[in-house]
Design a protein around this ligand. Structure first.
Ligand SMILES: [Zn+2]
Length: 293
């Protein structure tokens, strides 16, 4: 969905509400508190807000009042749903991610509101991460966001990053199934134990062959699974043996980061990484906008 399509399909608040109600309650309104279907509109004549119908319902059983947006990314929002839908389309279509400044200009919002919307949507993307284990040929690697990466000094860059206030770099660890999904996250650390914990959590170790570079912390994996090491001092690609896929993902991640987010605090990095994983993992899915909604 591009912006024109979103505007045409969702011209107003009512069309957005209707869509959300249809996908959430395809066989009738259900109370999100007690799951009762004994529901009535609270007061039809008063149920009109700034943007049209508010869509509030009343549960006859538990007496709660609720809207279709309850418990969703849109909960409690005072912003028109159309703007939310447009923001979702913008994020999903952005090759290099999106800054809150860009979003505020695109949708005529304050930067603070745009920031809030981006955080909500990214948190939801982090929630929707698939729990299927990676398998087959899996490449693992790690990188840093936040500082200026120095290629010729990669070893020094791998020393544990200082943590907390004033930290300029955040370590990110990732694994990608060739031709499949990526899992990447801010690393707790990059010791052998940290890496082993990550790989065991995201990779099906019995049915995979792991490709990494020669960083010593990956040695612990060799006793656990098939493990090929690429010696980058000697060569970058030897037939099937390479880590080009994960490195390609890192360059997407970094391009977007240095384009938009270099001035943000490191506390924001996990949501940003989750967004880029979500977009990458749905790169072939034409219906991703609908799936997200
Ligand atoms: Zn109820």
């Amino acid at each position: 969905m591009n912006l024109i399509e979103v505007m045409a399909r969702f011209p107003d608040q009512e069309s957005c509400l209707e869509h959300l109600e249809r996908v959430r309650w395809h066989s009738g309104v259900i109370c999100p508190h007690c799951e009762s279907s004994h529901i009535g509109p609270k007061n039809e004549t008063q149920d009109i807000g700034e943007y049209g119908r508010i869509g509030r319902y009343n549960c006859y059983d538990c007496k709660a009042s609720f809207k279709v947006t309850q418990g969703t990314v849109f909960q409690g929002t005072k912003i028109e749903l159309q703007k939310w839908f447009l923001a979702i389309a913008l994020i999903l279509n952005a090759k290099k991610s999106l800054s809150s400044y860009q979003l505020s200009r695109d949708l005529n919002l304050t930067q603070k509101t745009a920031w809030f919307i981006l955080c909500r949507i990214r948190a939801e993307m982090a929630n929707k991460t698939s729990s299927t284990l990676l398998k087959g040929i899996v490449e693992a690697d790690e990188t840093y966001l936040g500082g200026k990466p120095r290629k010729e000094n990669k070893k020094a860059d791998r020393e544990p990053a200082p943590r907390g206030r004033g930290t300029s770099k955040t370590a990110v660890i990732g694994a990608v199934e060739r031709g499949g999904q990526v899992v990447a996250e801010v690393a707790k650390g990059l010791t052998g134990r940290d890496i082993l914990e990550f790989i065991r959590r995201v990779v099906n170790v019995r049915e995979s062959e792991l490709m990494t570079d020669e960083y010593h912390a990956y040695n612990a994996l060799s006793s656990q699974m098939k493990h090929e090491v690429i010696h980058h001092q000697e060569q970058y690609v030897a037939g099937e043996k390479h880590t080009n896929t994960i490195e390609g993902f890192w360059s997407l991640l970094k391009r977007a980061w240095y384009g938009n987010h270099h001035h943000y605090s490191t506390g924001y990095t996990p949501l940003y990484v989750a967004e880029r994983c979500y977009v990458y993992n749905n790169r072939h899915r034409e219906t991703i906008f609908w799936k997200f909604l």
